[in-house]
Design a protein around this ligand. Structure first.
Ligand SMILES: Nc1ncnc2c1ncn2[C@@H]1O[C@H](COP(=O)(O)OP(=O)(O)OP(=O)(O)O)[C@@H](O)[C@H]1O
Ligand SMILES: [Mg+2]
Length: 360
């Protein structure tokens, strides 16, 4: 177990600044997940921690020791990639033993470690099979086994489950959670997948364009997104946004709309100006539209209904924007219906339209 500390860690390819400077302290034993859109610098950051990518500026330390100049194999970390990178001509046992053999470990010790890892990962029956005779999930487990047997201080995972089908992904996600509970090693895990991030992480790091936007527990970043980017990125289906003007006394106006923010949400200190109101799909109450539009409701037309079984998602247009609304599966609504949406302003979010900063 080890702390991993990044101080102003920067990556630049020639003139191109990919990661301007990440400050992040990952505590010993912590499971940290990096998320963000494609190209935002997740893999680059992970590869700098691994030592596979040179650090342009800043400092990286593992367990209190600066490792910028330390060779990857001497950093005491193990990385699991999306492509499992197993040796095709070797059995699972040989794949897992190989790195240890190279390090000159005794046969008995290697056997003990491979046995232990196989036990943790449920691979005991498969040790004499080659990768081509295994399923994707089994191969993935061997790749993890190969990392575990080294007993590293830190595990790095780069989208380890993205090659698996949906069902297997769920299963392997649970395996990884169990694995962390059992071995308690520090983990830095990169994924595209929201659900993976929310379910696995002690803390989530949300990146955009190489810059860390927010670091927090899954609940913190969901309930209190610091800015518009995080609000739109975390949560599935995504948060809805409506542009309005914030006036004195917490009054929101826009396009026939007039909403009064509840008193406890008025930590606005006389601020006013262009804002965006953010509403999660489960915080909009649906009713049938009356003859006349109401200023305290959003009037919308249902374009598409997506029944998910236990619930239904409505996609409805309102002022030219598509809103997502979660309703009960039994709701008596149909495509083409005009509806009224009452936002729960106790649970809504408000963002400065110019800076994207959250007001609360
Ligand atoms: N050798 C290079 N020269 C210039 N730019 C590079 C180089 N390698 C990577 N990049 C750029 O760095 C940025 C970050 O890439 P990175 O692989 O870290 O993204 P990512 O967040 O892992 O994305 P994905 O989710 O698609 O895997 C990208 O815009 C990429 O084009
Ligand atoms: Mg990547």
């Amino acid at each position: 177990m080890a702390d991993v500390v990044l101080k102003g860690v920067r990556k630049q390819y020639g003139e191109a600044v990919v990661v301007p400077g990440v400050d992040l302290t990952i505590r010993s034993g912590e499971f940290v997940v990096l998320v963000g859109p494609s190209g935002c610098g997740k893999s680059t950051t992970l590869r700098m921690i691994a030592g596979l990518e040179e650090i342009t500026a800043g400092e990286l330390s593992i367990d209190g020791r600066r490792v910028n100049e330390v060779h990857p194999k001497d950093r005491d970390i193990a990385m699991v990639f999306q492509s499992y990178a197993l040796y095709p001509h070797m059995t699972a046992r040989e794949n897992m033993s190989f790195g240890l053999k190279i390090r000159g470990m005794t046969k008995a010790e290697i056997e003990a470690r491979v046995g232990e890892a196989a036990d943790i990962l449920g691979l005991a029956e498969l040790l004499d099979r080659k990768p081509k005779d295994m399923s994707g999930g089994q191969r993935q487990r061997v790749a993890m086994g190969r990392a575990i047997v080294r007993k590293p201080k830190v595990f790095l995972f780069d989208e380890p489950l993205s090659n698996l089908d949906a069902k297997l992904r769920v299963q392997m996600r649970a395996e990884i959670a169990k694995l962390h509970q059992r071995i308690q090693t520090t983990i830095v895990y990169v994924t595209h997948d929201q659900v993976e991030a929310m379910t696995l992480a002690d803390r989530i790091v949300i990146m955009d364009k190489g810059v860390v936007q927010q670091v927090g527990t899954p609940l913190e970043v969901f309930e209190h997104p610091r800015n518009r980017f995080v609000a739109g990125f975390i949560g599935s289906p995504a948060m809805n946004f409506i542009a309005c003007e914030l006036g004195p006394g917490g009054l929101l106006t826009g396009d026939g709309l007039r909403l009064e923010l509840p008193g406890n949400r008025q930590a606005l200190e006389g601020r006013s100006g262009p804002v965006e109101l953010g509403m999660r799909p489960n915080t909009l109450a649906v009713s049938r539209a009356g003859a006349e539009p109401r200023a305290d409701r959003l009037r919308a037309k249902i374009e598409v209904m997506e029944p998910m079984g236990s619930e239904t998602y409505l996609y409805a247009t309102c002022q030219g924007q598509l809103l997502t609304v979660r309703v009960e599966a039994t709701a008596a609504l149909a495509e083409g219906d005009t509806i009224e949406l009452a936002p729960d302003l106790e649970r809504a979010h408000l963002f400065d339209r110019a800076t994207g900063e959250a007001f609360f």
